[in-house]
Design a protein around this ligand. Structure first.
Ligand SMILES: *Cc1c(COP(=O)(O)O)cnc(C)c1O
Length: 363
């Protein structure tokens, strides 16, 4: 028996993070009895007629939700977004060539470090001088660069690109780990998009890669079989055993998103949640948001209190009210709340009400 009664929790975790209740329910059923087969999803072959439709549907849903054209291939790969930090330059950057990277925080810097193992990196724009509290506005990209890399949402710094540099003149590569499928973008204008699933589209253990196949096959190094995107495309994202359960959870989350009305509908809700949070933040002098207003992330909001002694008191109150994941990242301090697709506006309201109450009490 599955005990479905559990305490009410408002989950602001940064990742792994909140998923729709319906997804948890379906996923638990599939562990015990997958599609009424009497088998668990954990004990069936990945090339069977039982699992193949899961992979097919997960890939097809990404195509539909992102409205991708036929040049863009959808892959579900192992290794998290961190593996993409090296797999991208390995597949796209020749040893003597340049790749352009934007330097916007922890995640961008990790991507830059790996790219340097394969070729030259030029920094097209940086917000290091503002301690990553903003997004660089004027980019300089060499016309000969193999690609430009951006981190569309910096999960730790709490910044987000609201003006995507679509017209940078070179192939555009994006780490969308923490805002994938949260807003409408012109996804076909990206040549490679990657995202670890565990923030906004599923369980840990799989990452989504969307790649324009026309940019592949242009480097002259030998790429190990498992790291060559072309092999994964040729095998329909089944080059080896995929992370079966994580792909299934991603499929359920994508189905849920489609039922909600797709990316346009979820973007509207995400805008409402972010507006509720930031309007409250701006109205209360007790709290401060370090991020430049125009670059604030709608997924991960970072905030602090001038009086750090009060921070602990506020965190304790959050805990008492069933809120988890409100504490800031260890490198930034203060608070961070993540408002991913599956977080309800009610959860944001519980938090903002507490912020207002606390501000009055301390006023
Ligand atoms: C979490 C995160 C990553 C790392 O993802 P893993 O799946 O743990 O490798 C990379 N980029 C961004 C923007 C992230 O938020």
């Amino acid at each position: 028996m599955i005990d479905t009664v559990k305490p009410v929790v408002h989950n602001f975790n940064a990742g792994p993070s909140v998923l729709p209740k319906e997804v948890f329910e379906e996923a638990s059923k599939a562990i015990l009895n997958f599609n009424d087969t009497g088998l668990s999803i954990l004990e069936i072959g990945h090339r069977t007629p039982l699992f193949q439709p899961v992979m097919d549907e997960a890939r097809s849903l990404v195509k539909q939700l992102m409205q991708l054209d036929d040049d863009h291939e959808v892959l579900f790969l192992h290794g998290g977004a961190t593996t993409q930090f090296m797999q991208i330059p390995m597949n796209l950057l020749n040893e003597n060539d340049i790749a352009a990277y934007t330097e916007t925080g922890t995640w961008a810097n990790k991507a830059i470090k790996e790219a340097k193992l394969f070729g030259h990196v030029e920094i097209a724009g940086s917000s290091k001088e503002t301690n990553y509290t903003s997004i660089p506005k004027n980019l300089t990209v060499s016309p000969t660069a193999a690609y430009l890399h951006i981190t569309t949402n910096e999960t730790i710094a709490g910044t987000q690109w609201h003006n995507i540099p679509y017209d940078c003149g070179v192939p555009l590569v994006a780490d969308m780990s923490s805002d994938i499928l949260s807003r409408q973008l012109d996804f076909n204008k990206f040549d490679l998009i990657y995202a670890g699933a565990q923030k906004n589209m599923g369980a840990a253990g799989v990452n989504l890669v969307v790649v324009n196949k026309n940019i592949l096959g242009k480097v002259n190094r030998t790429i190990p079989t498992i790291l060559d995107y072309r092999n994964h495309i040729a095998e329909g994202s089944m080059l080896n055993t995929p992370p079966v359960f994580s792909v299934y959870v991603a499929m359920l989350t994508l189905q849920w998103l489609k039922e909600q009305g797709g990316v346009a509908a979820i973007e509207k809700l995400n805008n409402e949640k972010a507006a509720l949070f930031y309007d409250t933040l701006d109205a209360l002098p007790l709290f401060k948001g370090p991020v430049a207003r125009e670059d604030r992330s709608k997924m991960n909001a970072v905030f602090v209190m001038e009086d750090t002694a009060l921070e602990k008191e506020f965190l304790d109150l959050c805990k008492k009210e069933g809120m988890v994941g409100v504490k800031g990242h260890r490198s930034v301090g203060g608070f961070r709340i993540s408002m991913y697709n599956a977080l309800t506006i009610e959860s944001v309201k519980v938090l903002t009400d507490l912020m207002k109450e606390f501000a009055i009490k301390k006023g």
